[in-house]
Design a protein around this ligand. Sequence first.
Ligand code: HEC
Length: 171
Amino acid sequence: MTGKISFQTQPRNRLMRTGILIGAALLSAVTSVAAFAHDGATGVVKERMDSMKIIGKQVKMMVPILNGELPYDPAKVELAAIKISSHAGSAFTELFPSESTDTPSEASPEIWEKWDAFSQLSDELAMNADMLKTIAAKDVASGSGDAGQFNDAFRNVLQTCKSCHQQFRSD
Ligand code: HEC
């Protein structure tokens, strides 16, 4: 994955570089999932893993846009943002009944000790995805292909993934 970060191909500003690093770090976290055998998951654990996988798929589609490797397609981004939002907020937290850490779950027991912080991050993901959706919808309407606002909004989404995983997902 790191091989894809090609600073030499074109000059990038500092913000952009931060975006690339966040994107690359997150993507490797997302793709590393394939190395685990999660087929044994059942019940809510399976449901929330499936939700996260759907979210992960949307993110994977958008990271190359952030990295300037794919053109910004606001219609696609709008759909992706809607999917993320629909699997975040309470739709996500309701898949965490107390102490549901059955193997192969990577959910940290801290989720239930710090439930408010956990659900706040899930709400934050929904809000940031909604913001991304609003920006993409505006760009669809105006026919704009300028990824500037997309980049900022998507970076906020990625930051939320990272914050929650750091605190509440144990590998
Ligand atoms: C509110 C907290 C929270 C947020 C925000 C969050 N995640 Fe997660 N994520 C988790 C937890 C907890 C797990 C582990 C669930 C389990 O194994 O039971 C997880 C697991 C995953 C997995 C592994 C799924 C599997 O098959 O085991 C992927 C992929 C993932 N998250 C991607 C993302 C992406 C991409 C984002 C941001 C767009 C994100 N997550 C935002 C809490 C969060």
